[in-house]
Design a protein around this ligand. Structure first.
Ligand code: PEP
Ligand code: MG
Length: 756
């Protein structure tokens, strides 16, 4: 570029002057394209801006027919310009007309130009337009010229993003930046949230684009890079990180990238071209993001996003801003949008300001989702592209009921959702009114409505939901959100907190149910299994690793000193496993009493019925335990050979069917005969229609997610149980296995005006 009219530094200085001048937007654009053309010794320079209807409109040109401005149009993907916009990649061609995508627009009169250099106008990885230079002669633009044009494109991106060009749009036409987008993901937690985007990794808006002195700016960049590297080294050397698997691997990758010569060189080049250090970081980051969007290889995508995170850290370093600044400006209706995030990070946000969570990644069982569910946040996951399409402060709707996300929604969508939210709030109010009413059917049968929990954040729900106790405390969740095995003290602290919060209401602690889909990244003992659901998990694993079980039991015994302790074993297959566990428990009790510890007043031991083999040992089982709880999620999965996490088949068979209900009834009857209490704590308990079926076959205690207690209670308050029991008895006795029980229940509810 040294041989052109002044090079990129001069061009950037001219642009800065133009930005400062009092000019009308169109005049400013016209001057900008003229400056670029002159500086790059090009006959043509044109700017195309992407509209909300996916059309690229010519906004300014030097060299093409000026009459074509605001008339010449190309669709996204059409012609060279459309190809650049769609791919977010530059095109550098010495003979443009030979390119297969070339499309001739007669109104522009561009047929005489051979060479063509076009770059996407990018902001945070999104294409907002395309900037092009053309020459008559066949020339190949050099890399530094490409770099210069990209730098200028960044300045233009800023003009578009700040709304400078909005006045140039024709009535009824919007720029792509404000386009409403509806995306579909997977519903991870029910609820509807209306609010404004808060990018979890805040995209820092760089406003100082041009540097005064490149050398000085290079020093700033180098200093920031140095302290970034130091902070990564520091994190890596901290004790708690030293041995962690996943976390450590990410940091190692960061360290590698922070020293990556290619990355650093590109940053330096951008500074040399006249940008400030932060603008240089943003430019390189934007190019990276654009490339990331087109990657299909998950490993490469992951690595690119590591660069992205690193660039964010560097920006904060340069602008002297920590993430805490975000918390201050958090809107009161924040919807957090993230690629993925740690469970603990979500808890850093003030709960009262959160309305929802949208993730590009995540799985129903990922830690972040477990926490989001625990704090009752409407959550949609697997929403591809949402991070790069969102800007901080954009209006957004998250619908955790059907997995929809509406970004910058139009008025009618917003109105429909506002109505949906009002409807749900009215329903919620009704449930709250029911909270203090006894859980009794219309004909006076008392039912125990218990809630499931697993983290300290769940505890406030105990009083808010009006649950009679905690029917299932999934202790493995503490293990899943931790970075290493929680120490015995940490376990004891949590269990004590739970019992204190329960304030005398019963709590059933299930010993850790890890393995299967509940993976602990730091647990090295587990191997890859072909069928993890049928593998080394739950009680099988803890009996093989008695140290784990002993530690947990000791923590539970100490936490429950002076109170009742209810312990439950997951995935029992043979009654003998209960006996083995009891031996371990007894040994711990003896150990603690030898050291004069305050012991629980009573210890009740229960087993989960999840493995079908137990169905043929029910009488023996009922004698061996104090209570049982049916884990209908796993039991149904094993009885029907249907992977509970496989969305393709998980809806194929209905648990409200004759065979499965007969089997559930057999369990509760065996319990009644032996005077052993029976609860059911799988998902079946939480839906009014299936809860109704359970009551109809004899269950009097069910445990569910706290949010389900209101709807289930509303159902049972209007339920004539004796009549339903008669109906279910008849349906399960006389009819074929294909009787449509669900339809029967619906019909019954309709006749009796029972809300389902
Ligand atoms: C079940 O299997 O039904 C159950 C309650 O346990 P989890 O969902 O934790 O496997
Ligand atoms: Mg289970």
């Amino acid at each position: 570029m040294r041989d052109t009219a002044g090079g990129p530094r001069v061009l950037l200085r001219r642009l800065r002057e133009l930005m400062a001048e009092a000019l009308e937007p169109q005049a400013r654009l016209d001057r900008i394209v003229r400056e670029i053309a002159q500086n790059m010794v090009a006959e043509v320079c044109s700017l195309y801006v992407l509209r909300a209807d996916s059309v690229l409109e010519l906004y300014a040109t030097e060299g093409l027919n000026p009459g074509a401005v605001h008339l010449a149009q190309l669709r996204l993907g059409q012609g060279l310009v459309g190809t650049i916009a769609a791919s977010a990649r530059p095109l550098n061609l010495s003979d443009a007309q030979k390119h297969p995508a070339f499309a001739y627009l007669p109104e522009t009169g561009e047929e005489v130009y051979h060479s063509f250099l076009g770059v996407p106008v990018l902001r945070a990885g999104r294409t907002l337009g395309v900037l092009v230079v053309q020459n008559r002669t066949m020339r190949h633009y050099r890399d530094d010229e490409l770099e210069a044009l990209e730098t200028v494109a960044m300045v233009i991106a800023e003009m578009i993003a700040t709304g400078d060009l909005a006045r140039l749009t024709r009535p009824g036409i919007e720029l792509d930046l404000s386009r409403p987008v509806s995306l579909t993901g997977l519903p991870f937690n029910d609820g509807v949230g209306l609010g404004h985007v808060v990018l979890h990794e805040p995209r820092i808006v760089v406003t100082a684009l041009f540097n005064e002195d490149s050398d000085q700016e290079l020093v700033r960049l180098e200093t920031a890079l140095d302290s970034l590297r130091l902070s990564i080294d520091d994190m890596l050397s901290r004790r708690e990180v030293a041995f962690e698997g996943e976390h450590r691997a990410v940091l190692e990758a960061y360290r590698m990238f922070a020293n990556d010569k290619g990355w650093v060189r590109r940053l330096q080049e951008a500074v040399n071209n006249g940008l400030t250090a932060e603008a240089a970081v943003e430019k390189v980051q934007s190019d990276m993001r654009a490339r990331m969007m087109h990657m299909t290889d998950p490993y490469l995508r992951e690595r690119m996003s590591d660069f992205d995170d690193l660039a964010n850290r560097l920006l904060r370093q340069l602008m002297g801003r920590g993430p805490e600044a975000l918390a201050e400006i958090l809107p009161k209706d924040a919807i957090v949008v993230a690629r993925s995030m740690g469970a603990a990070e979500l808890l850093d946000y003030p709960r009262q300001k959160l309305r929802g969570l949208v993730l590009e990644e995540g799985a129903p069982t990922s830690h972040i989702v477990i926490v989001a569910r625990a704090i009752g946040l409407p959550t949609v996951g697997q929403v591809k592209g949402v991070v790069s399409m969102s800007e901080n402060g954009d209006a957004i709707i998250v619908d955790g009921e059907d997995g929809q996300v509406h970004l910058r929604p139009q008025g009618d969508v917003e109105a429909a959702y506002a109505e949906k939210v009002r409807f749900r709030a009215r329903r919620q109010k009704h449930y709250q009114e029911l909270r203090d009413r006894p859980a009794q059917t219309k004909d006076g049968a008392a039912i125990d409505l218990m809630m499931n929990a697993g983290l300290a954040v769940d505890l406030p729900q105990l009083s808010q939901s009006g649950a009679a106790g905690i029917g299932l405390f999934r202790t493995e969740l503490q293990f899943m959100v931790a970075a290493a095995f929680p120490r015995v003290e940490a376990q004891e602290r949590l269990y004590r907190e739970v019992l204190d919060a329960a304030d005398g209401k019963p709590v059933t602690f299930r010993t850790i149910d890890i393995g299967g889909d509940k993976v602990l990244p730091y647990f090295k003992g587990a191997q890859q299994e072909e069928n993890p659901a049928l593998g080394w998990r739950a009680i099988r694993l803890t009996l093989d690793r008695p140290g784990l079980l002993r530690t947990q039991i000791r923590a539970l015994l100490k936490a429950a000193g002076g109170r009742e302790l209810r312990l439950m074993l997951p995935m029992v297959t043979e009654v003998n496993e209960v006996r083995q566990a009891r031996e371990i428990i007894d040994r711990e009790v003896r150990h603690l009493s030898r050291f004069a510890h305050h012991l629980p007043t009573r210890l009740k031991l229960g087993a989960m019925v999840e493995v079908p083999a137990l169905l043929w040992q029910l009488d023996e089982l009922m004698q061996a335990v104090d209570f049982v709880s049916v884990g209908s999620n796993d039991l149904f999965q094993f009885v029907t050979a249907t992977d509970r996490g496989n969305t393709r088949i998980s809806e194929r068979f209905d648990p409200l069917s004759v065979p499965f209900l007969r089997l559930l009834r057999q369990i509760v009857r065996a319990g009644d005969a032996a005077s052993t209490s029976v609860t059911l704590c799988g998902e079946l308990a939480g839906r009014p229609i299936s809860a109704m079926a359970l009551l109809g076959i004899g269950y009097r205690s069910i445990s569910m997610a706290p949010a389900a207690i209101g709807p289930v209670k509303a159902m049972l308050c209007d339920l004539p149980l004796a009549e339903l029991t008669g109906l279910m008895d008849e349906a399960l006795a006389n009819h074929s296995s294909s009787t449509d029980i669900r339809a029967l229940l619906r019909q019954f509810a309709e006749t009796h005006d029972i809300p389902l």
